[in-house]
Design a protein. Sequence first.
Length: 251
Amino acid sequence: MSLSIPEHVEPIRQKVLNFIEQEVYPVEAELLADKVSSRRGDLMKGLMQKAKDEGLWALGHPEEIGGGGLPFMDYVFVNEVVGRSEIATVALGTHSLQDSIMLHRYANDKWRNKYLEPLVAGEVFPSFGMTEPAVASSDPTQLQTSAELEGDEWVINGRKWFTSGAGNAAYTTAMVRTEFDAPDHSAFSMLVVPTDTAGYNIIRDVKVMGQADGHYEVVYDNVRVPKENLLGPRGQGFKIAQDRLGPGRIF
């Protein structure tokens, strides 16, 4: 397999690189230094709109959900230059790719209608909760955060960290243990948890290499969500996680 950049990909890759060099780099330091002010929000919104105006927004998202529809391997080469900036993933709408595809594939109509279009448009932000502080989460079969079905509600209890993006997310997709007697790889399910739900408590922004950069510790204290917040079938959380995480490992 050749790792050379395909000839048909080079023009869009170069256009993305030009955007990063001309639009993103000049404001990157300010955006990284100031993570809370209204000016930061205005700068980021301006970058996002410029990317949309230039046809560079959400290039890797499928066309049927409002994205650019680049084939996966073509997008890998484009994403290589996106990765040169810490803020380019948001500026170009790349940040929501994995979560958008996960919703598109597995969510019911309620959640697709509520979150998918604004997610792809960059109007709301997602987060994903899998890793836990109490276990070696590189082996996800050890995860302990649980959800039990009580009537028409799931009741979630546990603690997760490195929940990327939780601080400004509309919702977290949480991988939780729901099938307590099932084999490990069939014991987990995915639940959509709006971040304003009672009992969803952000504890801290966990520092990574000395920097607090949006990877949060979250406690689930008797969090109740409707049973229709289930993402995909019960017991298929491990498979859904692999479907979500796999492309990100390549990017």
